[in-house]
Design a protein around this ligand. Structure first.
Ligand code: GRF
Length: 217
């Protein structure tokens, strides 16, 4: 695929950027229909910015203390002719004017099976609730906190002696799989969001490879 025919992805990140890395790695494969062209962070020392710089992707820090922070963020995204915005550990709640400016073009990854455990510390909330299955979700961003239409989910077992760290690590492996997959589906035109409903086409179908945890047989 010629690079110019690929979907142009902008990533918003505040932290270590491992999901960003998964998107960068996917984009470096010749047959992947999208590429990260811009990384924006509200944190100057975000490792996500470094990951981008290391591979020659434009990385920009914008201080949230600046006036018109979200307008400037949006302007940078438009300057780079970004088709899709991926939130990857971006710790801010996007305001309604930003969400409507890029309506249907912002997605997020969250470390739980939404609508369970939205917001911060999703893995701890899952442990505290005593669930035996949790997971991760890629969804379109709307004006709520982790409430937008769901694109993809992966189920991950909670094991008996898990703590927040071990569970987070297990979920993260699946985050790194489903985030590039969701971007691929959007880039290929297999996923659309119409009036808040996610529609699938092409090769997308319900798989039969789900699992029940704990295993009893
Ligand atoms: C991930 O668990 C993601 O689901 C959540 O924040 C974390 C970001 O991790 N929204 P990283 O910065 O991508 O490593």
């Amino acid at each position: 695929m010629h690079p110019r025919t690929r979907l142009r992805v902008g990533v918003l990140a505040s932290g270590r950027g491992s999901n960003l890395q998964a998107l960068i790695d996917a984009g470096q494969k010749a047959d992947f229909p999208a590429e990260v062209v811009l990384v924006l962070s509200d944190k100057k020392n975000s490792y996500a910015l470094e990951r981008a710089s290391m591979v020659g992707i434009r990385s920009i820090h914008l201080s949230p203390k600046e006036d018109d922070f979200y307008r400037k963020l949006g302007d940078e995204i438009e300057n780079f002719e970004t088709d899709l915005i991926c939130c990857a550990g971006f710790i801010r709640i996007l305001p309604p004017e930003f969400v409507s400016r890029f309506s249907g073009r912002i997605i997020n990854i969250h470390p739980s099976l939404l609508p369970s455990f939205p917001g911060l510390h999703a893995q701890k909330k899952a442990l505290d609730a005593g669930v035996t299955v949790t997971g991760c979700t890629v969804h379109f961003v709307d004006e709520g906190v982790d409430t937008g239409p769901i694109i993809l989910q992966a189920a991950v077992p909670v094991l008996p002696y898990d703590d927040e760290e071990t569970l987070s690590e297990r979920i993260l492996v699946y985050e790194h799989r489903i985030y590039p997959l969701a971007v691929r589906l959007i880039a290929e035109g297999s996923v659309h969001c119409v009036d808040g409903v996610v529609l699938y086409s092409g090769n997308v179908h319900q798989g039969s490879s789900g699992f029940i945890s704990p295993v009893t047989e």
